[in-house]
Design a protein around this ligand. Structure first.
Ligand code: ADP
Ligand code: ADP
Ligand code: ZN
Length: 215
């Protein structure tokens, strides 16, 4: 199965993608995670992406399209994958259509996780992740079972993203509205768009997504 998760920053895409990967074996492909790793490792891609990411703007279509085109051909994507944070522009969506038809595969569903703007800032400002395994947490909404210890791997080391501050979130939300929302009618016309209320609890969103996908 090939699924896209769409939604503004803080909607819960990464949270649901991690869970879908654990529960249903759909490989999570997060362009944000890949780009952050590239920046950290100071690769060519990282150097090209850093400035836009720090400002909360989108990196160039060419860069992310190339990353995804290479990644979906790897063995662990053979049974299915979940795109988290890609595509984010109509040009990226068109490039994805070409990529999929080149490898003889098709998109099964696009899930839009809808959340009102007013709660996104708190979602993003309270977000942190395990530095070792990447498991996502929240200061209020998703605390580890034992304070300060990762549920998944037992690490006591956590990180916060540099771009998760109130000012950059607004720029990112703006980019979402201008550049990514046009994907909604694009996928609606193809008959693959499903909408999920992302304001519910994490578990309720998970159940709604599973029902929508029939998994
Ligand atoms: P995205 O990948 O869409 O930017 P995340 O999955 O990282 O969003 O979620 C943003 C923050 O909100 C994280 O700290 C996460 O733990 C928390 N979160 C995710 N889904 C929910 C939810 N349904 N209710 C409350 N908090 C949530
Ligand atoms: P969020 O989870 O808050 O929606 P991401 O982790 O997906 O954020 O993305 C972080 C940053 O990485 C974005 O603000 C943007 O600069 C860059 N980025 C990630 N995916 C893409 C993409 N598909 N196209 C362009 N830029 C991207
Ligand atoms: Zn961990």
């Amino acid at each position: 199965m090939i699924v896209i998760l769409l939604g503004p920053p803080g909607a819960g895409k990464g949270t649901q993608a991690q869970r879908l990967q654990a529960d249903h074996g759909l490989k999570q492909l997060s362009t944000g995670d890949m780009l952050r790793a590239a920046v950290k490792n100071e690769t060519r891609v990282g150097r090209l992406a850093k400035e836009a990411m720090d400002a909360g703007k989108l990196v160039s279509d060419d860069l992310v399209v190339q990353i995804i085109a290479d990644r979906i051909q790897e063995d662990d994507c053979a049974t299915g994958f979940l795109l988290d944070g890609f595509p984010r522009t109509v040009a990226q969506a068109e490039a994805l259509d070409v990529m999929l038809s080149d490898i003889g595969r098709k998109l099964d569903a696009v899930i839009e996780v809808t959340v009102p703007d007013s709660i996104l800032v708190e979602r993003v400002a309270g977000r942190y992740a395990c530095a070792k395994c990447g498991a996502g947490y929240h200061d209020r909404f998703k605390k580890p079972a034992q304070a300060g210890v990762c549920d998944q791997c037992g690490s006591t080391d956590f990180i916060r993203r540099d771009d998760d501050n109130a000012e950059t979130v607004r720029t990112r939300l703006d980019a979402y509205k201008k550049q990514t929302e046009p994907l909604l009618p694009y996928y609606q016309e193809k008959g693959v768009l499903l909408q999920v209320d992302g304001e519910q609890s994490i578990d309720a969103v998970a159940r709604t997504i599973d029902e929508a996908l029939g998994v």
